[in-house]
Design a protein around this ligand. Structure first.
Ligand code: GLV
Length: 309
């Protein structure tokens, strides 16, 4: 019985070591060099090549190497009858919160404006609003969104949140469903996207939404590049409807060198590093699920593949 790691990264030693440290008897192999694909029952995947999972006749479970599973939905030949699990990890949620907090403070304390002024030797002070009058609007109140929203509220910001179903989070004004989206964004000084990527959320960050936000608001996208209509963002920044955008995720990754986002001085850009999975931190839950699968017990962190998260 084999666990195979199926992804395009060739630096997998940390993953193999972490899995083996949890269970030295585990047979961990790496695509495409498994000794026998018929032995593989558990696949640990990240952006696997389309259709490749069809080559494992005895596969019983597929686990994402991250929090998201949208790459599985993009594979038209994904074996949808198999249970799918994802990683839920407190250190992943905390790292995401750190990133969001850093960017929120950057805009909140006008560092983008001072950076632009510096380029023109311009000494001009801006009086910024207090935290209690600044609204951080978090789209997506899953594990990561809930964690970030509740901590930003503890910092003293006004925090709102939006999700498909109604949530209740201390210190956060929660909105739910399509009918509440306009009201939710109407007060968003900083909009943080942490939504799962599904048919309903693809392209949700578009000019219709930007135009309903307060003029001069900022966007932080740490979810998926496909949530954003890129041209609409550039238009909104050009017109001043949005003051700035921080993007960690892109439709095409790595972002091509000729992409206009690189040179846009209203865009702060990072290479999908807002929250990186630490193999040592997540290996115990992967190995736990591997043993549960073997014993036919219910899996932890199972995803509803039809719902998409
Ligand atoms: C990263 O983007 C993840 O889904 O973990």
């Amino acid at each position: 019985m084999t666990l195979s790691i199926i992804c395009n990264d060739n630096k997998l030693d940390r993953w193999i070591d972490a899995l083996k440290a949890c269970d030295p008897s585990l047979d961990v192999q790496v695509w495409p060099n498994e000794s026998n694909r018929g032995d593989v029952e558990f696949a640990l995947c990240w952006k696997h090549p389309e259709g490749v999972l069809q080559e494992y006749p005895n596969l019983r479970c597929v686990c994402s190497m991250g929090a998201g599973i949208d790459f599985m939905l993009n594979d038209a030949r994904f074996p949808r009858h198999l249970p799918v699990i994802r990683l839920i990890d407190p250190s992943l949620a905390h790292a995401m919160y750190e990133y969001i907090l850093t960017v929120v403070m950057y805009y909140f304390r006008d560092l983008d404006i001072y950076r632009a002024q510096q380029a023109q030797s311009n000494w001009r002070v801006h009086i910024n609003r207090p935290m209690s009058k600044t609204t951080i609007a978090v789209m997506g109140l899953g594990k990561l969104g809930e964690y970030a929203a509740s901590r930003l509220a503890l910092m003293g910001f006004k925090v709102t949140g939006w999700s498909r179903s109604q949530k209740s989070i201390k210190g956060v004004k929660a909105f739910a469903g399509d009918e509440a989206l306009d009201e939710f964004v109407s007060t968003a000084d900083l909009l943080v996207c942490l939504l799962p990527l599904t048919g309903q959320t693809r392209g949700i960050l578009n000019s219709g939404l930007f135009n309903k936000m307060p003029k001069g608001a900022c966007l932080i996208n740490v979810a998926r590049g496909q949530h954003l209509v890129e041209k609409d963002l550039i238009d909104a920044l050009d017109k001043g409807q949005l003051r700035g955008a921080c993007l960690d995720v892109f439709s095409q990754e790595p972002l091509p060198a000729e992409h206009p986002f690189w040179k846009n001085d209203k865009i702060l850009l990072t290479p999908h590093c807002s929250s990186l999975t630490d193999p040592a931190s997540v290996a115990p839950q992967i190995v736990e699920n591997y043993h549960r699968m073997k014993k036919g017990e219910p899996l932890i962190n199972q995803v509803d593949i039809e719902r998409g998260y």
